[in-house]
Design a protein around this ligand. Structure first.
Ligand SMILES: Nc1ncnc2c1ncn2[C@@H]1O[C@H](COP(=O)(O)OP(=O)(O)OP(=O)(O)O)[C@@H](O)[C@H]1O
Ligand SMILES: [Mg+2]
Length: 240
């Protein structure tokens, strides 16, 4: 389906509850979105169903999912499924709606051979930019469409260093020209007066947006994948 149609259905479609993912820490629902003749399957995370955490305001998590999609897209990366924030006509109130990716749960990052992991350099780079505190292997999905997708970006964009990820394969490797230009592109897109900054202001706090810019500058200066910070556990739990 064409991407504009996908956005239109997520933003305006009638949402019908189909089920709930029972193993997640937050309330996460499987829904159908219908608009005219068109429909798609999506994942709905209501603000009201998010678990209390000491370092993230629970009702902010669905908006972080949407901010992650916007940042990913602004760098021309395409591994976060289209995600919108909606307030109206949802079964449990405001929250995020993300395209559901049909996938085989046996296939995930840690199930790959090491030489197959290069595809995930851009995800590792995104996680550095977004300061992702919870990049689990099982949230890197091989879609039935043959593409790899990254889901669950709810714990991104904290101002404190929090990176926790299973992707530590590239420590010390210099960024490629393509990776550097993605970072530069993002830096430009994040100028204070820009469409991206404007959209992010509706989703994150101002100092969280500033922190993205600061992390980008540090990464461009370093020019290579960093080692884990010594201040906190560098991997998520569970790993998958
Ligand atoms: N876009 C998606 N496509 C397919 N499945 C999805 C998608 N988003 C979420 N899911 C499914 O819903 C489950 C819960 O979603 P998610 O992991 O984002 O929530 P969570 O509350 O952060 O869970 P966790 O405790 O595992 O971190 C996922 O493990 C996955 O099975
Ligand atoms: Mg999670």
């Amino acid at each position: 389906m064409e991407s504009q149609a996908v956005m239109r259905i997520l933003e305006k479609g009638e949402v019908k509850l189909q089920g709930q993912f029972l193993e997640s820490s937050n309330a996460t629902f499987f829904v159908k979105c219908l608009l005219g003749e068109e429909q798609l399957q999506a994942v709905y995370k209501p603000e009201a169903g998010q678990t209390e955490l000491y370092d993230f305001a629970p009702d902010s998590l669905p908006r972080r999912e949407v901010a992650a999609w916007l940042v990913c897209r602004a760098a021309d990366w395409d591994f976060v499924p289209p995600t919108v924030y909606r307030k109206d006509r949802l079964p449990f109130g405001a929250g995020s709606l993300q395209v559901f990716i049909e996938h085989n749960p046996q296939m995930h990052y840690l199930a790959l051979e090491e030489n197959e992991r290069d595809l995930f350099r851009k995800v590792a780079l995104f996680d550095l930019v977004a300061n992702n505190a919870d990049r689990k292997s099982g949230h890197l999905l091989l879609g039935k469409d043959g593409r790899w997708w990254a889901i669950d970006q709810a714990l991104c964009f904290n101002v404190e260093p929090k990176l926790r990820t299973v992707i530590w394969d590239f420590i010390g490797e210099p960024f490629s020209e393509e990776e550097k230009s993605a970072l530069c592109k993002l830096e430009l897109a994040l100028e204070p007066i820009s469409d991206l900054s404007h959209s992010l202001r509706g989703l994150l706090r101002e100092h969280e947006i500033d922190a993205i810019r600061k992390r980008l500058l540090v990464l461009l200066e370093q020019g290579a994948f960093p080692e884990p910070d010594s201040g906190h556990r560098p991997v998520p739990w569970p790993l998958v």
